[in-house]
Structure formats: structure tokens, C-alpha cells
Design a protein around this ligand. Structure first.
Ligand SMILES: CC(C)(COP(=O)(O)OP(=O)(O)OC[C@H]1O[C@@H](n2cnc3c(N)ncnc32)[C@H](O)[C@@H]1OP(=O)(O)O)[C@@H](O)C(=O)NCCC(=O)NCCS
Length: 246
């Protein structure tokens, strides 16, 4: 997926906040970068609409004409698999710049036994704030919180060229397949505790919260400002990535 690189990569330095509206220091961190001041904190109810709009702006026409990820997030927040402690937003100089949300999933072996894993998505950064380190800061901070919470492994669908920098590897390394039993280039896995995925082959079963009903999507999307759907190069690149299954 092409991303414009028009700014030098900032060095972001995390500094824990002592006090922030009652949030614990571990939940809210501030960062300084050449692009400005970045705050990562938990999403609040009053952020929901702005965050859904941000997700829509970031994903629009990226993987399909239009997008569905704003509805995915809307539904995920109400789903039993949602992990509220890892529902984070990033603000850049007070403006909503990015978000990440996590869900529970599982690796199911041939006998039907399941090992719990976590997954994230959507993760997004408003286009005007992309390639400034916001996405990386969100992902690194969220994975560190997840580790502290005792989660041992994560599986995601994503582009290995981006997620390998966080330690994700092709899930084939751990003998983990898609729910329909294939290895896939876009299925990635990360041990949050060393060895957690050793000897745990199986199929990655992601949360049912990701299932989208087209009629519901149309109705939901109509609540946002009109946007034109288009075919893009990033969609063609994405189709190539998802076709890499064997
Ligand atoms: C993916 C996304 C969250 C990354 O956030 P970001 O703040 O732009 O990323 P960062 O600034 O931390 O990292 C930028 C780097 O990642 C690279 N990058 C971003 N997305 C990438 C991708 N899909 N594939 C490969 N590299 C990617 C950039 O080229 C840049 O590389 P560099 O460090 O070598 O310069 C953001 O681009 C986004 O919202 N994209 C649209 C929604 C989306 O695709 N979400 C992820 C779905 S799996």
C-alpha cells in the first residue's frame, strides 16, 4: 500500500505522565517529536464519532472502493471480544490523529482445543498525520500494555512490510493457518511472551465482530459526510497480498 514519505522520520521519546484527569500513568503517555506533541490515551465515549470519522478517512478507498472499518470499530466496541483497556487514541497537539482497537481471538488446533490470542484492527492514522511515527507509537504502546496485562501472543492480518518492524512474523513460522486452513502472506503472528507460540499449531479464528453486513454498512455510512468511491493502486496491491495463500 503506497504511503507518501514527505517528512523525516521523527525520533519519538516516551515520557510517562504523572497525572492526567485521573488516568493512571501507564494508561496515558505523552511523546515529543519533531512533528509536535503526541498524547496516547484510552478512547472515551465522547470520542466515538470523531474516531469513527478518522477511521473512515484513513481507510477510504485504501483496500476497497469506500471502506467498512468505521462500522467494524462501531460494532467491535459492543462485542464480547472487545478489549476496552487496549482501545487507544493518539492526539497530536490536541487533534485526534490515530486509533487502535484490539479484540480476542484464538488459535484452534486439529482437536478443537483453543489457545487465546489477541488481535488488533482497525488501526489508523488520519492521512495528514501519517508517516510521522503516530501509527508506530500507538502499536508499540498498545503491545507493551497488552504484554503487561498478561496477553502472550497476537495474530493479525496485515502487510508484513509494515508490521515486521514490531516483531510480527509470517504466521507460517508457527504453523498457524487461516480459518480455512491455508498459509497466508498477510497472516502475521507475534509472541508477546517468548515461546508462547511454540508448539501451538492451528487455525487463527478471529472475532465474529469483524463480520460486516453490506446493508448495515450502507445505512451506517450514510451518517457520515458524502465521499466518492474510487478504484486505486493500493487496492490492486492489496489484492496481490491477499492472493498469496497456499
Ligand atoms: C498503516 C498506518 C496506521 C501507519 O501509521 P503511520 O503513522 O502512517 O505509520 P508510521 O509513521 O509509524 O510509520 C511509517 C512507515 O511505515 C510505512 N508504512 C505504513 N503503512 C505501510 C504499509 N501498509 N506497508 C508498508 N509500509 C507501510 C511507511 O512507508 C513508513 O516507512 P518508513 O518508516 O520506512 O519511512 C497508516 O498509514 C494508516 O492509517 N493507513 C490507512 C489504514 C491502514 O492501512 N491501516 C492498517 C490496516 S492493516
Amino acid at each position: 500500500m503506497p504511503v507518501a514519505v514527505n517528512q523525516p522520520r521523527p525520533r519519538v521519546k516516551a515520557r510517562r505522565r504523572r497525572k492526567n484527569n485521573g488516568e493512571s500513568p501507564r494508561k496515558t503517555i505523552t511523546m515529543t517529536s519533531s512533528a509536535g506533541g503526541l498524547v496516547i490515551r484510552k478512547e472515551r465515549k465522547k470520542d466515538f464519532r470523531a474516531v469513527e470519522n478518522l477511521v473512515r478517512e484513513a481507510f477510504w478507498n485504501r483496500y476497497i472502493p469506500g471502506c467498512s472499518e468505521h462500522l467494524v470499530l462501531h460494532n467491535l466496541r459492543k462485542h464480547a471480544d472487545f478489549i476496552p483497556e487496549l482501545d487507544l487514541v493518539a492526539e497530536m497537539d490536541g487533534k485526534m490523529a490515530g486509533q487502535i482497537a484490539f479484540s480476542r481471538g484464538a488459535i484452534r488446533d486439529d482437536r478443537g482445543e483453543e489457545k487465546k490470542v489477541i488481535s488488533f484492527g482497525p488501526v489508523s492514522v488520519l492521512p495528514e498525520f501519517q508517516t510521522q511515527g503516530v501509527g508506530s507509537a500507538l502499536i508499540r504502546h498498545a503491545l507493551s500494555l497488552a504484554r503487561d496485562m498478561g496477553h502472550t501472543a497476537a495474530c493479525i492480518y496485515g502487510d508484513p512490510r509494515y508490521y515486521s518492524r514490531f516483531g510480527f512474523r509470517c504466521a507460517e513460522k508457527y504453523d498457524i493457518r487461516t480459518s480455512d486452513g491455508k498459509f497466508a502472506a498477510a497472516l502475521l503472528a507475534l509472541e508477546l511472551r517468548p515461546g508462547a507460540l511454540r508448539g501451538a499449531p492451528g487455525r487463527f479464528i478471529e472475532s465474529g465482530a469483524f463480520a460486516i453486513d453490506e446493508a448495515e454498512l450502507m445505512k451506517f455510512d450514510a451518517r457520515f459526510p458524502p465521499k466518492d468511491k474510487a478504484e486505486t493502486e493500493s487496492q490492486r496491491e492489496f489484492m496481490t497480498l491477499v492472493s498469496l495463500r497456499y
